[in-house]
Design a protein around this ligand. Sequence first.
Ligand code: UD1
Length: 365
Amino acid sequence: MGMISKIIVVAGARPNFMKIALLVQQLRAIKSKQTILVHTGQHYDYQMSEVFFQELKIPKPDVFLNVGSGSHAVQTAKIMTEFEGVMLKEKPDLVIVAGDVNSTLACALVATKMNVKVAHIESGLRSLDRGMPEEINRLATDAISDYLFVSEASGLHNLKKEGADPKKVFYVGNVMIDALIANLPTIRKSGILKKLGVKPGSYAALTLHRPSNVDTKQALLEIYDILKNITSQLPLVYPIHPRTKSMIEKHGLKEKFAKLAHLKQVQPLGYIDFIQLVKNAKFMLTDSGGIQEESTYLGVPCLTMRENTERPSTIEEGTNKLMGRNKAHILKAVRQIMAGRWKKGRIPMYWDGKSTARIVKIIKK
Ligand code: UD1
């Protein structure tokens, strides 16, 4: 693939930051290569972005595109326009993107059209649900990338089915789990449980942000009903995503949610506090992609409020089960967890803290 000497690493939204933290450090340690970090600014609140840079010791971005929020077209187009300027100035040999957010696809598209190689971290994941914006981002990014770094076995299968050139595919494991493992000593020292007034194993935690769960009043009311039931059994800590917060307000449900006595709504947490919260939870209730993986690694039961997942290893091997917004299913699962009857799960292959090192080794060659 020719000599690579200058690399741009792209990050834009919260789930990207833990995926590139070690990568940037390890690439910078190879002095023969120059590594430039570009932050698109898709996420920009302190609690959605900067706190991750501080805690994960991510170097200050060399370039900040400041694109902010917008419709998919506006946000993606803004990132592309800004990123093209960066590409013209820096002339890298490789652009590395991670995950499935709009920043991932936007930068991959710009790079490939400028004849620059693209590496995609977390390649091959598929929910097979094209109603999800992330699924479009995954499909399109993989179709135009030159290095496909796969995190779990299903990724290999999906890429093969889509006819990807096997020479491009590398099964390296899960870089997000690298970050978790590397930060465990610090995570153990987090004081968040005390701060929230909860004891290990005596609470559950909730995250929600998928448009399908939070954008309509109907979906939010269904979720309210489920939360009402769960919080009558144990406290539920809820770091609330800005999107969900504004949707709850827009639909006039703020008061209603606030009245749930044992629903502890808090600001989005930083990485260290959040993982400590997951690690000690009785269970997680979530619609996130990453939390399905983190809970599997930590052996914590995970109830995923979606109809599908692009991370089937968390179900087949891990502690995760799909629930949708089905109240009966969720309450039954909660009963099983409370009674100590939940699968123990095992950690998928290559989720061993060495995935970033595998990627760097491949790029080095
Ligand atoms: C994005 C990703 C999603 C990822 C999620 C994690 C896409 C298509 N979606 O969704 O895959 O799981 O991030 O959070 O890329 N907002 C703020 N402050 C911020 C960021 C967002 O207030 O720092 C608000 C804005 O009102 C914005 C809304 O949240 O309109 C949605 O943000 P956006 O980046 O469009 O998508 P997410 O829902 O965060």
